[in-house]
Ligand binder design. Structure first.
Ligand code: AMP
Ligand code: MG
Length: 316
């Protein structure tokens, strides 16, 4: 998430591979490994996810499932793994993070936002559509069945999947795990601010640096853990009515979440869990810090003129 870039660790013997895709920066850092092999691993995993899950590729598995909801589709077990992570996130957040919100994200006008440098586009020709009461919680009706080397998936009629709140975190976990397994060295995978650290030799120091934080950066020393940030400062635009809109939807209203927070950063044992919790923290607004504490997670909420730290998040 560009709203809270994480600075790379100080230069040493690390090999740093970076890709600019998905309107953000994806990187993998491995201690004492060959540059070409690190780049290959990162590219391989990113392209695999793109082929399975891109909303912008009409031939991705996700697009094919979304084109005909209500029907059974043959998908890869890879697709099912990410989908199951997204369903887990929906369970752990009681549906605040909901994998079936693609139409609402579109209706909010996310398509009009292009990149961090583009000024907000206006007006958006799309209008908000509140989630009908019968589709709230429909993620519970997603069906998955084994079919040999593949699987079958059915999404409730009228809905479409958007796995954006979990997928980058899930990928950070996967890339870091794979790097450690292949190179037997410490690694950090950072998928646009969803970051997974695995270290055995010495810990990594990572910096959370939300630009709106009046208290400056937070430095975290991690051995094995994850950090994710969600934010509404960057992926934001202005609607036809002159309202400010952004990319994080509150499924209870169907609209961009009305939240006091610009960013929510969360530490957890996996980047998938940290990412889901950070999105939920934004959506839950004033209740976000209390909810995060109830989950036993550590985090940092930054709003205009207001900050809250939860759990073991370091002080200013
Ligand atoms: P993140 O940056 O991790 O907060 O994920 C936000 C992305 O997930 C958005 O860009 C949407 O594609 C999607 N999304 C927005 N709101 C939600 C929500 N309440 N639950 C699940 N996914 C969402
Ligand atoms: Mg998130």
């Amino acid at each position: 998430m560009t709203a809270a870039p994480f600075a790379p660790p100080s230069p040493g013997t690390e090999t740093y591979a970076v890709l600019h895709r998905w309107r953000t920066e994806l990187s993998l850092i491995v201690r004492d490994a060959s540059g070409a092999a690190v780049t290959h691993l990162l590219r391989d995993e990113v392209m695999r996810m793109e082929t399975a899950l891109s909303r912008f590729r009409p031939d991705s598995e996700l697009s094919i499932v979304n084109q005909q909801p209500g029907r059974w589709h043959t998908v890869s077990w890879y697709f099912v793994e990410v989908l199951e992570a997204a369903i887990d996130a929906a369970h752990s957040t009681e549906g605040i993070v909901d994998p079936c919100l693609a139409h609402l994200v579109d209706a909010a006008g996310y398509g009009t936002w292009r990149d961090a440098e583009t000024p907000p586009l206006q007006p958006s020709e799309k209008q908000f559509t509140p989630l009908s009461q019968d589709s709230a919680g429909s993620w519970r009706d997603i069906e998955i069945r084994p079919a040999g080397s593949h699987a079958l998936v059915r999404v409730p009629p009228g809905l479409a999947l958007d796995l954006g709140a979990v997928a980058k975190g899930w990928l950070a976990d996967r890339v870091a795990d794979r790097a450690v397994a292949e190179f037997r060295r410490d690694a950090i995978a950072n998928m646009g601010g969803d970051l997974r650290v695995i270290a055995r030799d010495e810990p990594w120091t990572v910096t959370a640096d939300p630009e709106q934080a009046s208290s400056g950066q937070a430095e975290l020393v991690l051995w094995d853990g994850a950090l994710a940030t969600s934010g509404v400062g960057r992926r934001a635009w202005t609607t036809a009515d002159g309202d400010r809109a952004h990319h994080i939807i509150d499924p209870r209203t169907g609209r961009p979440a009305d939240t006091p927070w610009w960013t929510c950063s969360v530490m957890a044992s996996s980047a998938a869990a940290a990412n889901a919790a950070s999105t939920a923290g934004i959506v839950l607004g004033a209740q976000g810090p209390g909810w995060l504490e109830s989950q036993g997670l550590d985090g940092w909420f930054v709003g205009s003129g207001e900050e809250q730290r939860v759990g073991r998040w370091p002080g200013p």
